[in-house]
Design a protein around this ligand. Structure first.
Ligand code: SF4
Length: 358
């Protein structure tokens, strides 16, 4: 893939939360690219920084978190154009015009369960940032109105045209009787249907990239399979990139071409999916993959639980942060020296002293 296929470049990104008990490095020096049309998987235990990295891409780090270093470069391209402008998202005003155009319109984001991330108050002043950019569903308004408003916020269409596009999108994501469902309230839909509506909202503006944070975790297997098919189909039709965050190893094996593994805010390994599943290098990745199914086989396999406790984020261990839990721990080395991010072969990168001269 050529360089000009790069859509988002994350360079040495750091996000910190300065709270009373100290400073938490939620994202600590993460760098990777996402290319047009590519699905990049991001895996790791809860609290490893996956979701905060995703939110940093949209300048949506929750307070008191803030980006303290690094940058997120977005190669912005008008629809149908070949020229790109590079926008440094990390330098944009989080409430400014440019990021509001990008959020929802050019980079969409969906969450695990739309009703669990409700926007309780949906006023004219707040709805665009909340419902449009986060693709949240509010309980008090018809799903068709929420979908149509997203479309109108990012595309020059009339109200009637937006409603027609909304019905077409509902049909495309497999909602039965879309011309009637368009006037339903979220509570009148099943969990699977709400998630499809949210995906319809996220995809209605044909974004260059979709950030999907555990998008199918709450759904049963058959609905999950349908939603993944819809995402793939739409990805092919508009060459959309997907950043796919999940605990489900079977899903990531099926969806992603490349995977980043994160631990305690750091990336510890990155490789093409097949290489990562068949030749994991980092002891943390190996531990995660212990329950791994064969690549390509549908599975609900989750991340294996790993021995030992996740360290206290206010009191990280010296040297390699994984050392208290690592089966390959080397006394005198791993507890003293922090490994660096090194390219091993091809696109395989790892941060572990097993592969470094010290
Ligand atoms: Fe394990 Fe040492 Fe590698 Fe860290 S640096 S993952 S402790 S072998």
């Amino acid at each position: 893939m050529s360089e000009n296929n790069v859509l988002v470049e994350i360079q040495d990104l750091r996000v910190e939360f300065d709270v009373r008990a100290g400073v938490v490095k939620a994202v600590d020096g993460v760098s990777f690219d996402i290319k047009r049309g590519q699905t990049l998987g991001v895996i790791g235990e809860s609290g490893c920084g996956k979701s905060i990295t995703a939110r940093a891409i949209l300048q949506m780090v929750p307070k008191p978190g803030k980006i303290t270093n690094g940058q997120v470069l977005y190669h912005r391209r008008a629809r149908g154009a070949t020229q790109t402008d590079i926008v440094n998202i990390s330098k944009l005003d989080p409430d400014g015009q440019i990021i509001r155009e990008i959020r929802g319109g050019e980079i969409g984001m969906i969450f695990q369960e739309p009703m669990s991330s409700l926007t309780p108050v949906y006023t004219a002043g707040t709805h665009i940032d909340e419902a449009v950019s986060l693709h949240r569903l509010t309980p008090l308004r018809k799903v068709g109105d929420q979908l149509a408003e997203t479309i109108q916020a990012h595309r020059k269409v009339t109200k009637q045209e937006a409603r027609e596009i909304a019905i077409a999108m509902l049909r495309r994501v497999g909602i039965p009787k879309p011309d009637q469902r368009v006037d339903s309230y979220p509570h009148q839909l099943s969990g699977g249907q709400r998630q499809r509506v949210m995906i319809a909202i996220a995809l209605s503006c044909q974004p260059a990239m979709l950030i999907a944070d555990e998008p199918t975790t709450a759904l049963d297997v058959s609905i999950e399979a349908q939603i993944l098919d819809i995402m793939r189909e739409l990805q092919e039709s508009v060459n959309m990139a997907i950043m796919f965050i999940t605990h489900n190893l079977g899903v990531i094996a099926e969806m992603a071409e490349e995977i980043v593994v994160m631990y305690m805010g750091k990336q510890v390994e990155r490789a093409k999916t097949v290489a990562l599943f068949y030749e994991p290098m980092h002891p943390y990745t190996r531990a995660l993959l212990q329950s791994i199914p064969v690549v390509g086989r549908k599975s609900r396999a989750r991340l294996a639980s790993i021995e030992g406790m996740v360290p206290d984020p206010f009191n990280l261990p010296p040297g390699c942060v994984f050392h208290p839990r690592c089966p390959a721990f080397m006394p005198g080395k791993c507890d003293k020296i922090a490994p660096t991010w090194k390219q091993l072969v091809g696109d395989h990168w790892v941060s572990c002293l097993l592969y470094q001269e010290v």
